[in-house]
Design a protein around this ligand. Structure first.
Ligand code: MLT
Length: 248
């Protein structure tokens, strides 16, 4: 049996797709899904995606580290924001984090609410690890771009195209959105970082944080051999027993 890959370029398009029972790769290159990869590489135990900073703040009383980003900035009063650099801190090893971001955690929660069977986080930081897992998984795949407040984001599409260029030959690709991602990636694969630096969120981010190169950090390839995967309400680091065949 051959499986499909589809790309959803913005969460606003979710109502037009059937994601029920499929594997959804949530993509928020700048920066939420990149940051999730770094957190699990550091050894964070569990990350609870949360909708709002208000709700997230309440987890401080339950032995969680609380992390919140809105509009590319750390929310005042939280332990952490959404910079991958913050999540390299060895003191985070073994800790649980309650995490809310403008788009990334929202996309994860939307995928869950719409019945995805597996939800994983993709980024350039873990692309090979992710692609190897996807191929072994033998499942229908949705690449869900988190975008920016329901608008299209260039960097998320480029990543979707990179995944398709690695594994697409094993799948049925009859979705124009997937083809568009693949074509865009093929056109720019030799200058990905240069193109991403022109994107709206890279410019928004750089205007706010001129001294931190989160964009450069998130464009590194394969520095995190981890796969953030949803288990119940939490994102955890993939353990090999969790596969499509063992879940059925
Ligand atoms: C998000 O989830 O919207 C992003 O990761 C924004 C950011 O923190 O850069």
């Amino acid at each position: 049996m051959q499986f499909t890959i589809e790309v959803i370029h913005s969460p606003a398009l979710l109502p037009f797709y059937n994601i029920n029972g499929k594997t959804v790769v949530v993509i928020d290159i700048l920066r939420a899904t990149s940051t999730l990869c770094v957190a699990f590489k550091t050894g964070v135990k569990k990350i609870l995606p949360i909708s709002t900073p208000e709700e997230c703040r309440m987890f401080k009383d339950f032995d969680f580290i609380i992390a919140a980003e809105r509009n590319a900035e750390k929310v005042k009063g939280f332990d952490l924001g959404n910079s991958p650099f913050e999540y390299e801190n060895p003191l985070l090893e073994g800790k649980n984090i309650a995490f809310t971001t403008t788009n990334g955690t929202r996309a994860i929660k939307q995928a869950k609410a719409m019945g995805a069977e597996f939800i994983v986080a993709g980024s350039f930081l873990n692309i090979n690890f992710l692609c190897n897992w996807l191929v072994k998984q033998q499942h229908n795949i949705i690449l869900l771009c988190a975008g920016w407040k329901d608008k299209y984001n260039l960097e998320d599409t480029l990543f979707a195209g990179a995944v398709i260029s690695q594994i697409g030959s094993n799948y049925i690709l009859n979705d124009d959105a997937a083809l568009a991602a693949q074509f865009l990636y093929n056109q720019h694969k030799n200058n990905l970082e240069g193109v991403v630096r022109q994107s709206s969120h890279a410019r928004r981010f750089t205007a706010l944080h001129a001294n931190t190169d989160d964009v450069g950090y998130c464009m590194q390839h394969n520095i995190c051999d981890v796969l953030p995967i949803m288990e119940g309400e939490y994102m955890v680091s993939f353990k090999s027993q969790l596969t499509a065949s063992s879940s059925s």
